[in-house]
Structure formats: C-alpha cells, structure tokens
Write a protein that binds this ligand. Sequence first.
Ligand code: ZN
Length: 408
Amino acid sequence: MAHRHVSAAKSRPSTLRAPAKGARAGRLFAVDIHCHILTPEAEALVKPHFRPETDPLFKFASPETREVNRLQAQSICDRITSVETRLKVMDKAGIDVQAVSTAPSQYYYWTDPEIGRESARLINDRIAAAVAAHPDRFVGLGTLPLQAPDLAVAELERCVKQLGMRGVEIATNVQGIDLSDARFRRFWAKAEELGILVFMHPGGFSDGQRLAQHYLINVIGNPLESTIAVSHLIFGGVLDAYPKLKICVAHGGGYLAAYSGRMDHAHAARSDCRLHIKRPPTRYLKKLYFDTIVFTHHQLEYLKDLYGADHLLLGTDYPYDMGVDDPLGFIQGAPGLRSEEKAAIAGLNAARLLRIRVPAKAKPKAAPAKKPMAKKSAVKKSAKSARRAPAAKPQTARKPASAKRGRK
Ligand SMILES: [Zn+2]
C-alpha cells in the first residue's frame, strides 16, 4: 500500500496554504505537539505483510473515501517526507518547534514482533535524524512496537536514552486490546519512570462497521476511539497506578469532556465502576493534556474552563486535511482566552513538558492566576540537554482584528 495516510480526506494542501497572519502578528513562541512524518523505508519493510483487515482506516472506507485518501496521499507526499518543505511550512505558520511523531498509519501493530521492532527503529531513526539536523526546530516523539510490550519498553529506552527523544506517540488500542490491559503495565511504568510525554493518537475506530461512509471512521471514529481509550485508562486504574504519567490526548481528547459528569455519577452509583479506582473518574481526567484541534473557539474555551489553560497544547495535524490551517490565529482569536493563557497554550506548556528551551523574550512575565504554568521548572532542569532555543520572538499583545479573524 503506497502512502496510505491516516487522516486523509480531501486532496488540498492544509497547513501549507495559510501564511498564518495571526501567528506573525502575535509573535508567540509556538510548539506543535501534533504533526506527522512518514518513513518510506518502514512502509517498504511491512508492505509484503500487509492485510487490509488489520487496519480500520483501510477496512472501513467507502470507495469515495478511498479515492480521496489516494489523492491526498499523493498531494502531501512531499510535505510528510521532506524536512526542508516541513521547515518552510512551519515558518509560514509561525511554528518554532515541531514535536514530530509518525503518521499513525505506520504504527504497524499488526506485524509480527520482529518486523514491528524493525519498522519502529527505522521510523525512530528517521525522526532522530531530522532532529539532529535541525535541533532548534524539532524534538522527537518515537513509536513503539506495542504488540510486543517487552520490545516496546526496550525501544522506549533507546528512544529516550540514545536518541534523545522527549516522548512517544501511541495508538488508542493495540489490535483491539485496550491500553489498560495488564500486558501494557510495564510500558506505563517505564514511561512514568522516564518522565516522558505520551502522545495518544488514534488510528481509526476499531469496530467501525457502521462508520465506512462519509469518512466517519476518522471524523467521529478517531475522537470516539480516544474517548474509549481514556475511559479505559481511568476506570482500568492505569492513571491511578501511575500518577506521574504525562499523557496528551489528540483531537482535544475526543468526546469525553462534553459528558464527563456521567463517569462520576456511574462511579458513585455502581460498584462495577469502582473496581480499580477510589477517586471520582474526572479527577484522573483532569491530569491529562489535550491538543487544540477542536476547530471552534467555544470548544477550545470549554476545554480551558474544564482542564485549565496549562493542560492545552497547540496542534496542527500537519500535513493532513483534517488539520488546522492557522493554528496560532485560532488560539489568538479565541475571545475567552487571556494573553498569558494563549502564550501557554501556543508553546510554553509544550516547552515545559518536552524540555524545550524557551527564548527569554517569550517567557511569561507573570504566571496566570488560575494555575501555575511552570510548576516543576522542567526547562531549568534540562538546560544542558535541551535543544538550542529558536531565535527570540518578542511577545506582543493581540489586536482586536485577530479576534475577528479567529471567528471565521
Ligand atoms: Zn494526527
């Protein structure tokens, strides 16, 4: 399967086309937590073993969706593989640093363990090479062969200790097995021990029999997957057992935020909802981080109200068409966010979690009132190992015009 990309839909350039006026005007330090890279060598490695039924995004797709996916795969081929093109797009969008992760179509959890390990190593080496070539513009989020948890833990250690990665990207289940399963405990324990960020990104909905039309396997399937995965992490006791885990959930965390009160009600009402946790489920939910790919200001502001501005991270879904054209303009234009909250969401939160050095001029002058923004001062701790900081970008207050644009 040549260049079959996960978030495919329309074949128009997404982040390439918008010169991000909001980004330039705002001059915020910006880190993109959600952006993908494709590794052709890994694709070639697994191609002889591919079976369509192993991948929900391929399996649950109408002929129309398959055609749009095919066209998009062609149109984004350069952007998802070329580092130089990536840098140009970042400059246009005002992104200082990308936290690069693999295209979810390359998790390859369906392969035999040895092939899975080899493909993960190829992908991680490619990400590490991009970071090494441009250490001021990229940090790496590795991929792991989670179908073989012992191999996954070994690769996780290699990613962090040898390749200098700041985190990993994982799917929301592993071939239908939920991440609360006992076999993954060793992974969660190691991720907590290493203090890395786990970026959780779905690869289509596992039971998508009714989602093949209209690209629903992605449009609602991906957020639904995250909703289910987070619920398992909470009710299954993972977040209780590993309280220091740092997890960022893609696409605004899915649908759980909209109806989280139901979890707490169930926990209080039913003993079968208290098997692994003592505290109300939303206590655990609020420990997670979420990207900003929610498309409307009311939802972004709702997430801020629910989780706090220090739990939101700018994302683009580069280079897919389900991504955001002007991520900084979107944040800048949110009428319900204060300027220090915008700065935190645009890049300072991610810098803290990923140990990215922030230019002095981009640092906040005072912490927002709601929650402390740089609790553990990870930036300070990692000064030695952190990537060289990008050129300083002074912060300026937003003009009203940006709010107007953001409401489009
Ligand atoms: Zn994505």
